[in-house]
Write a protein that binds this ligand. Structure first.
Ligand SMILES: Cc1cc2nc3c(=O)[nH]c(=O)nc-3n(C[C@H](O)[C@H](O)[C@H](O)COP(=O)(O)OP(=O)(O)OC[C@H]3O[C@@H](n4cnc5c(N)ncnc54)[C@H](O)[C@@H]3O)c2cc1C
Length: 416
């Protein structure tokens, strides 16, 4: 693997945002390098549910056959039970979208993007290569220093560096952009269990006062279960012991007890997720833009992380293409060319975060009065026809795809 000294666009991070952006830019013939610090795609417990508008987008961009080849699981509805009563539900078939939220492991999704880009001459994928510094001159970003696992260090000049390096973004840090981190009142401990054959295809939120479980049918035959912990509550939980943790889960959802007894045997079967939102004031400067979790980390409510990352990506692809074409060869993409992208995406992201914060606050209720009012609120909301338009703002917002991206060569199966 050779790290090139220059490129038009250097994408740091090969998650859903970075991998898709690399593919879409290369399909337009733009010289792009994607640097991913991990040398494998295996990631446990990352966003596995693709929101329905993302699935529509991926199909329109030509990734449908690859999704079919891999296989996936559609979620048909979301239901909420509180203190033993079913209080709220949404049927995904009623959002007017020709598909449903779709569960596919994130490594498989990223591989689909990488495979589609692999044969394109202007695409370079660097596996096991991390960004360690930015090259900055007179307030503009001119590229980045990349370092491979075997110690090779290369200064890569680029007209645009895209920070797509996730919730703890190194690019953001190196640019001196401070993220406002707002912790949620809870963290998650998650695990997978085999899914019984007669289990439904609904995503479920099961709440008992201030304790809850998210139970998601997961491809191919799992349930993904997440249990909330109070912030910094892991130490206390461990002190109480694993048996007590398991018993706590079974008390919230007794259906899970036999599965827990047989398949959840130690803390090693669980995975910790710190829940917070991160917001930045500066998403772009000359030669630099942040996308996906690097510019806006959100909470797990309604599974929006990958959706926002894909939305950012389809939205910024034509913006980058136009700016590169307009600018003098070798010149930086000016922040002014990215301003509309930032404004549009910031507005949408703020709406999603605001929505999530209200739901997070509702989940924190624990007094008898607070939980009774919460139940009543969801029961009333459940009867209102407007619930679909309300939740549709988050769950069904369409992605603005540039027609050029629909015309560029469609992904081919590897080896075709
Ligand atoms: C446990 C968990 C469950 C989740 N569940 C869902 C879900 O069901 N649905 C949903 O929509 N979202 C979910 N999310 C959120 C979702 O995973 C993220 O929002 C989404 O992956 C963001 O995509 P991204 O490409 O911006 O960043 P990431 O997916 O974080 O990708 C960033 C990439 O950058 C690489 N990287 C980091 N630093 C460097 C560096 N210095 N140099 C080079 N590469 C670097 C990383 O290795 C990583 O591959 C979940 C997140 C977690 C942690």
């Amino acid at each position: 693997m050779t790290i090139p000294n220059e490129t038009d666009v250097l994408v740091v991070g090969g998650g859903p945002a970075g991998a898709l952006l690399g593919c879409l830019l290369a399909r337009r013939g733009i010289d792009v390098v994607v640097a991913e610090k991990q040398s494998h795609l295996d990631r446990e417990f990352r966003g596995e549910t693709l929101a329905a508008p993302s699935v529509v987008t991926l199909r329109r961009l030509g990734f449908g056959p690859a999704l079919e080849r891999h296989g996936y699981l559609e979620t048909t509805a979301v239901t909420m039970r509180m203190e033993g009563r079913r209080v709220f539900s949404l049927d995904y078939g009623r959002f007017g979208i020709p598909t449903k939220p779709t569960d596919i492991p994130q490594p498989a999704l990223i591989k689909i993007f990488n495979d589609a880009a692999a044969g394109l001459p202007s695409h370079t994928y660097l596996s096991g290569v991390g960004c360690t510094e930015l090259l900055q001159e007179n307030g503009a970003v001119r590229g980045a220093v990349l370092k491979s696992k075997d110690g090779e260090r290369v200064e890569v000049r680029a007209r645009l560096v895209v920070g797509a390096d996730g919730r703890f973004s190194k690019v953001r840090k190196e640019a001196g952009i401070t993220a406002r981190i707002q912790p949620a009142g809870r963290d998650f401990l998650s695990f997978k269990l085999p899914r019984p054959a007669d289990w439904g295809t609904e995503a479920e939120l099961i709440v008992e006062r201030n304790k809850h479980l998210v139970v998601l049918p997961t491809f191919p035959d799992f349930l993904r279960v997440s249990n909330n912990l109070p912030k910094r509550g892991m130490g206390e939980l461990r002190k109480e012991g694993f048996a007590s943790f398991r018993a706590g889960i079974a008390a919230i959802d007794p259906r899970l007890k036999p599965l827990l007894d047989e398949h959840l045997t130690s803390w090693n079967d669980t995975s910790f997720l710190e829940i917070f939102t991160a917001e930045v004031d500066e998403w772009a400067r000359d030669g630099l833009v942040l996308i996906g979790d690097a510019s806006h980390t959100c909470t797990p409510i309604l599974g929006q992380g990958v959706n926002l990352a894909i939305q950012d990506t389809v939205c910024i692809t034509p913006v980058i293409a136009r700016s590169l074409e307009r600018g003098k060869p070798g010149s930086q993409v000016p922040a002014a060319d990215l301003a509309d992208f930032v404004a549009v995406r910031r507005k949408h992201k703020s709406m999603v975060t605001g929505f999530q914060r209200r739901q997070e606050a509702a989940l924190e209720q624990h007094t008898p009065l607070g939980t009774a009012l919460r139940r009543a609120r969801f029961q009333v909301l459940d009867r209102l026809p407007m619930k679909y338009s309300l939740f549709g703002n988050v769950l069904a917002a369409p992605h603005p795809i540039d027609p050029v991206d629909l015309r560029t060569p469609q992904p081919q199966p590897v080896g075709a």
